[in-house]
Design a protein around this ligand. Structure first.
Ligand code: PBG
Length: 331
């Protein structure tokens, strides 16, 4: 008699039916996992960003409409980035501390209209305000001076918090800025303004379209490698995160996202801190280009990549696809 041979374990068994796949699904993606980055421009209306098909800069009144749209879709938070008019950019980026700058007007307009119905996250870095496109202040040799920049970032973050920002997100990668900003916020009575630190931010080729959107790409000379991390480094990201937590960060971010999911997973394993990832402009552009070229189904690519962030351990994802993804998730 021959014994029938069969696999002791058939992992395919639970995959046969949709109900069973739903029952065994390990990771859930919902609109509440998404943060929607929005670009603000001076004046009224909409300016499409050529290198980001489907993404526009919006005037302050229109930004409020986008925030309302996010609220209605169940997206808990929007992230704001200004396209500062050229005549307001300068070597020291003083416009960042102007209480009536584009950013502050957008924050106030959203908060006046929606209050606590949506969170407003603001980027802390000088690149949308400098006439050289670097994130900080340059010394005589063109090096981004750390400590002088930190002072300017504290002023910028306080300005945003005064205008009503709920989360300030330093994206500059200066050393010591989280502690300085936390102290500044506490001193000003902003005890409940959160800090989401861009803790592990890499000097990446994926930021190109963003620099078009905020208008810094034509200005930027050189690169940001003396402050943003080397893409070759992983362990160093854990040091960055440890320091930012010790200095008072409420949550940390890994950026870019897709090419750095190993960093997300390592940070998640090493620390009990909420981890976010920024699926940056070049990632969005890559998916849009692939879909336009017929190399993949756009909606499926969007949802699969966002699910990957959750599976890697993210609490949430900043993505230009946020509104589209939320609509897909609502069915
Ligand atoms: C500014 C900043 C950048 C991004 C977010 N904040 C650009 C940069 O560091 O040059 C990139 C986001 C994106 O590409 O979507 N410091």
């Amino acid at each position: 008699m021959t014994q029938q041979s069969y696999p002791a374990t058939r992992l395919r068994r639970t995959r046969v039916s949709a109900w069973s796949r739903a029952l065994h699904r390990e990771t859930v993606l919902t609109p509440a996992d998404l943060i929607w980055p929005l670009f603000v421009c001076d004046g009224e209306g909409e300016q499409p960003v050529a290198s980001l098909p489907g993404v526009s800069r919006w005037g302050v009144a229109q930004i409020v409409e986008r925030a309302r749209e996010a609220r209605d879709l169940g997206i808990p938070c929007v992230a704001l980035f200004p396209n500062t008019p050229p005549d307001r950019r300068s070597a020291h980026g003083e416009e960042a501390a102007n209480r009536d700058n584009l950013m502050c007007r957008a924050i106030r307009a959203i908060k006046d209209a929606l209050g606590d119905e949506i969170g407003v996250l603001t980027d802390v870095a000088l690149d949308p305000y400098t006439d050289h496109g670097q994130d900080g202040l340059l010394d005589d040799h063109g090096y981004v001076a750390n400590d002088a920049t930190v002072d300017a970032l504290v002023a910028q973050a306080l300005n945003q918090a005064d205008a009503g920002a709920d989360i300030v997100a330093p994206s500059d990668m200066m050393d010591g800025r989280i502690g300085a900003i936390r102290a500044g916020l506490e001193g000003a009575g902003h005890h409940n303004v959160q800090i989401m630190s861009y803790a592990a931010k890499y000097a990446s080729a994926f930021y190109g379209p963003f620099r078009d959107a905020v208008g810094s790409s034509g200005l930027l000379k050189g690169d940001k490698k003396s402050y943003q991390m080397d893409p070759a480094n992983g362990s160093e990201a854990l040091r960055e995160v440890a320091i930012d937590i010790a200095e008072g960060a409420d949550s940390v971010m890994v950026k870019p996202g897709l090419a750095y999911l190993d960093i997300v997973a390592r940070v998640g394993e090493a620390f009990d801190v909420p981890v976010f990832a920024y699926s940056v402009s070049g990632e969005y552009a890559m998916i849009e280009a692939a879909a336009a070229a017929g190399a993949g189904n756009r909606d499926a690519l969007v949802l699969e990549t966002l699910m990957a962030f959750k599976r890697a351990g993210c609490s949430g994802v900043l993505t230009y696809h946020a509104a589209h993804a939320a609509r897909l998730l609502h069915g």
